[in-house]
Design a protein around this ligand. Structure first.
Ligand code: BV8
Length: 233
């Protein structure tokens, strides 16, 4: 881990699993019998807006019942103490990284706590529920949707992510199955540019073959140990 200066970290649902938030493709990966891929799409929102609003209302409400775990806390400590470049790219739409204190953070798939007005295109803090289409705080019209990147929509921050991957000396993937693109392709970009690549995951992911090293186990154990190791260098 010597001569590491620029680090990019990608997190997925697995880092929040020990906080009690369900992952997508684990046994509990369905919601009211719906596959997430079927609910998290613009088509689903047009076809049944109330079903989709209920899906995100339930997950937004759930945030109040969970806390960051040792893995989120360890990344926040790395963020505070790391003197080089660091970018934490999360696929997660929960707010556990920020509640643990992470600052250099990018939500590439949006956030449950943000709402997006389809009338005036502004983003604003989301009300607890969007089910009854409350008025946009900016334009007053009633076209708020969850500020979440659905399948078929362009993830946020791709330019910043690509730039960070170009300069990365170390790319670490934590708690993600490697099932969803373009996030699942970041390891290959980093590797191509000469970065070391490390995976911390409960099980082998679809992208494990691309990593120089894969450590299997719970994030609450692997991530604090990794942060100790990297800060010790
Ligand atoms: C786009 C918000 C293009 C919704 C989500 C090739 C290239 C580009 C695109 C595609 C492509 N092939 C297919 C596509 C389309 C699609 C895609 O990838 N589909 C998949 C299903 C094949 N991609 C897209 O549509 C993306 N957009 O490509 O746009 C474009 C171009 C031009 C113009 C316009 C558009 C957008 C994808 C974003 C979709 N939105 N989330 C919501 O959250 O409700 S994705 C969703 O999956 C979540 O964000 C989630 O984070 C993400 C990935 O899942 P994971 O986080 O990995 O979670 P999962 O349950 O799968 O795995 C958990 C892992 O944790 C497991 O490995 C487990 O072992 C581990 N784990 C469990 N417990 C622990 C643990 N690890 C450690 N400790 C533990 N305790």
């Amino acid at each position: 881990m010597r001569d590491i200066s620029n680090i990019v970290i990608l997190t997925g649902a697995g880092i929040s699993a020990e906080s009690g938030l369900a992952t997508f493709r684990g046994p509990e990966g369905l919601w009211e019998g719906h596959r997430v891929e079927d609910v998290a799409t613009p088509g689903a929102f047009v076809a049944d807006p109330h079903l989709v609003q209920r899906f995100y209302d339930a997950r937004r409400a759930n945030l109040a019942t969970v806390e960051p775990n040792a893995a989120h806390e360890a990344l926040a400590r790395l963020d505070a103490e790391w003197k080089g470049e660091l970018l934490i790219v999360t696929q997660n739409v929960d707010d556990l990284h920020e509640r643990a204190g992470a600052k250099r953070l990018l939500h590439m798939h949006g956030e449950l706590k943000s709402a997006w007005c389809l009338a005036c295109d502004t983003r604003s803090p989301s009300p607890d529920t969007l089910l009854d289409f409350p008025p946009c705080p900016d334009c007053g019209q009633k076209y708020l949707r969850p500020d979440i990147v659905w399948f078929g929509e362009m993830p946020y921050g791709m330019d910043d992510i690509e730039l960070a991957l170009m300069d990365a000396d170390l790319f670490v993937s934590i708690g993600t199955s490697g099932a969803v693109y373009p996030a699942a392709g970041f390891v290959q970009t980093a590797k191509y540019r000469g970065a070391r690549t490390l995976e911390l995951n409960l099980d082998p992911s679809q992208g494990s073959i691309y990593f120089d090293e894969s450590r299997m186990g719970p994030a609450s154990e692997l991530v604090p140990a990794f942060v100790e190791e990297i800060l010790g260098t």
